[in-house]
Each structure stands twice: as structure tokens, then as C-alpha cells.
Design a protein around this ligand. Sequence first.
Ligand code: UDP
Length: 375
Amino acid sequence: MKVLVNAGPWLEVPPAGYGGIENVVATLVPALRERGVHVVLASVGSSGLEVDELISAYDEGQFTELQKPYNQVMGIAHAHLARVAAELRRRDDIDLVHDHVEVVGPAVLSALGGPPVLHTLHWDLRKHPAFYGAFPPGIAVNGVSESQIARAPDALRAAALGSIHLATPLADPPADREPRVERGEHLMVMGRICALKGQHVAARICQKLGLPLVLAGPVSGRDTAAELDVVAQNPYHPLHSHPDVRYHLDQVAPYLDGDLVRWVGAVGGAERDDLYASARAALFPIQWDEPGGTAVVEAMALGVPPVGLRRGCLPELIDHGRTGFLADSEEELAEWVLRLDELDPEECRREARRRFTPLVMADRYVELYERLARH
Ligand code: UDP
């Protein structure tokens, strides 16, 4: 089967550091190929992922262009889409398009009358009514958690072909991947620094309990404290009043004065894995209905128990009391943090190996492809 996987023009695959959708694609594609799927990846030229074919409209990721005016952003999106459309018109051997970008583009591709289109929903759907409120005809969709689908606008919920949980290569048999790092005392939040991820809640809890906390993640695409300083010091910088920048400066930075809470910027690759694996627990004080939770399954795969608020996909991923803890309030979250000794990190690894490996995810997608593909 030949599948055109559309990862969009915004970041290379795999991404150098942060990159939610691109990380998912980088996890899925090798497992699809292991199952014999021929993958044509639509991304940017600098993508390093091993694929059967790579097509692109841009040499480099266009992520920073997302700050530009709407028309320019749409121009980039359209140029990428036109490249994909040209490919589909040029050849007739593609069985299915698996889109990860947004829902309007795939509807246009579907209208070309080529192969069927499957779009995977990655976002919190209620937050993007412009894209998802009016669901376009012609495409199949799946979600990344039951909770995401349950909260979707009616038409979308009715059309969805179920959900497939996210996966991580870290969940693959860890025999040759025994923890390289000692477990430390610190707790960790791994994710974009933004109000939705709730780093300030983690900081408040850790300060109250006197526990060390490490925060890793970019602030609005800025990966280091030095880069962010440039934005923070210059009130005329276009990002100066960006909500994530304001959140960091106003709600997170005040906790960074003492010794307990550290922000290490964005981390990637082995550095990220080691930093994560050395944590005692991963905190998810999320302030939204997290749709997929890659960072949750990564923590489990590394034997780091996730402890989070009972929202979004978290109850589907975490078995409370066995593979992590779920809390209904900040106070309760703090109480569970004090009971981490009751959890067995090995149980987290086992669960990840059973449920969250790339092949588990790829097998579910191959099933869906087979249902949808034209033959
Ligand atoms: N991430 C990373 N470096 C960082 C912070 C996050 O590589 O400094 C990765 C993290 O490991 C995960 C992804 O970014 O793979 C975040 O995905 P998640 O689904 O948790 O959050 P979202 O897509 O909402 O940002």
C-alpha cells in the first residue's frame, strides 16, 4: 500500500526539539514502513526521516513565519497544499492520503477526486471552531483520544472513525535501553510553556512542598533563556505581548528566582530523554482538555510516573494508583506528589510497552487505511 503522509510545511520531521504533530509523524512512519507501507512524506526538504519518497514545497520549516500576517501564513499553507495536489494529479499509485495538518486542506485534496483522505485530529477541537465547527465533507477523520472525540462539534463527532492513542519509540523493548541515568529527586514538566500546560501550578506545588522542579519546553518558539530575554527586553518585539511570553514572564518567571524551580529551555534528543528519565515523576497540571498527551506516554515509557489533573486524555492513558496518579484539584495533586513511593516505575514501562509502542499505533492505522483505501 502507498500512503502519502502530510506533515505540513511548518517544521522538519523529526523536529529538532519541540514539535507535536511532527513528532507523531516521526513515530508513526518508521512503524508503518516496518509493516510494509510505502510512505510518501509531504514535509519540508530538510526533513531527515527515512521515507520511501519525500516531497516538499519549502526547503526549511516555516514555523517562525506563523507569526506573520494571516495572508502570508495562508500563502505558505496553500503553496504546500498545491505541491501535494500536484503530486496526486501526477500519479495514480497513491492508495490513501493521511493528513496531520488541518481539516480544510484535506477536504480540498479529496475534492480532486484522487485517493481517499484520512485526517488525524491533533487539536483540542473546541478551541478551533474556525477549522472544526463546520466539518467539510469528503474526508475521514480519527482522533487521538476518546475524550477529544467526545468533545468535538456534533458533525465531526458523528463522522469520526474512533481514536488511536499516540505512541513513543521510547516504549520499544527497553532491554538495550536500560535507564542510562540515575533517578533524581526532581519533578518535571515537559511541554510548551503556556497557560494550558499549567507550569505555574507545578511551580506553586513544588514551592509549597519544598521539592525541586525542572521545567523543559520552549516559550512561543524561543528555546533558550537568552533567546527569550531578547523578546522580553524589547517592548517593540512582535512577540513581546504574545500570551505565552506574558505567561512565562508574569506567572512562571517569579518562581525561577529561588533554587527550587529551574527552567532549562527546550531540550531535544538524548538530552531530553535523559532529563526526563532522571525525574521522580512527571507533572501534568493541565488547564485544558489535553487531546493526545505525547509527553504522558513518553514519561511512562521511561518509567517516570505521570501525575496529573483528571482532564482530557489523561484518564485514558494513566491507570490511577498503578501507572500514575490523577487528581481533581491542585490540592489533591500536591497530596499525590507526596505518595510517589506507592508507584512502581517498572509498571509504567510495562504499560507503555503494551499500549504505546509505534507498532501498536501503526497497526491500528493500517487497519484504518485498509478500510478506507481504494483498491
Ligand atoms: N518536547 C521536547 N522538548 C521540550 C518540550 C517538549 O522535545 O523541551 C516534546 C515532548 O517530549 C513531546 C512534545 O514535545 O514529545 C509535546 O507533545 P504533547 O502532546 O505533550 O504536547 P503538545 O503537542 O500539546 O505541545
